[in-house]
Design a protein. Structure first.
Length: 201
């Protein structure tokens, strides 16, 4: 086959592959957790599904760093779902199960929310992870479908009210300096430091 005939064939094949990739990713089922920045007390975090097909049961295990946040409430966002969860407050994980005895959910839906509270105010962050373990279940039409879902974790980042720790290493304390002087320092902060905000007076 000549090079002139192969070029359109290759381009056509690439277009077909691209179209297939786009349609496959557009219909990907997903279970996801929303994220919070500058979190304090009483923050609402949503747990939602995307592109579900007749979802009628689920068991979700959420985990997080207990040094950063805790959970004090679970709120059902679907009236047709019977919700069962671990007692609250919970410090590091929670198991939430939903059952739809009559009917099902399809498409994109917010399933439930948790109320999260920051335990520190230093800009610390934690994943809110969907644990893909033996406890997790996602049922559609009465059939286990958890392997068909992409699990997308959220994050909880606390508000930062704790100033950074600054240690000037050059010049040494009580040193007389000229008008022009290189200054060296170490700055430590849990929430990170934007180098563009550092000023020396």
């Amino acid at each position: 086959m000549s090079a002139h005939r192969r070029t359109p064939l290759i381009i056509f094949s690439l277009v077909i592959l691209l179209a297939f990739a786009l349609t496959s990713s557009a219909g990907a089922k997903e279970l996801w957790v929303s994220s919070i920045s500058d979190g304090e007390a009483g923050e609402t975090i949503l747990i939602s599904c995307k592109d579900s097909e007749q979802l009628n049961a689920y068991t979700v295990v959420l985990q997080w760093d207990p040094a950063v946040m805790n959970v004090t409430a679970v709120t059902n966002l679907q009236p047709s779902v019977m919700l069962v969860n671990s007692t609250v407050p919970q410090s590091k994980d929670i198991i939430i199960s939903g059952l739809i005895p009559l009917g099902s959910l399809s498409g994109d839906n917010a399933l439930f929310s948790i109320t999260a509270n920051a335990k520190v105010q230093d800009g610390a962050s934690t994943w809110i992870s969907l644990a893909n373990n033996a406890s997790m279940r996602i049922g559609e039409k009465g059939v286990e479908q958890k392997d068909q879902y992409i699990l997308t974790n959220g994050t909880f980042t606390t508000v930062d009210h704790v100033p950074p720790t600054i240690n000037i290493t050059n010049p040494a304390n009580d040193t007389t300096v000229s008008q022009t002087m290189n200054v060296a320092a170490t700055i430590t902060d849990v929430g990170g430091v934007d180098e563009n905000t550092i000023q020396v007076f």
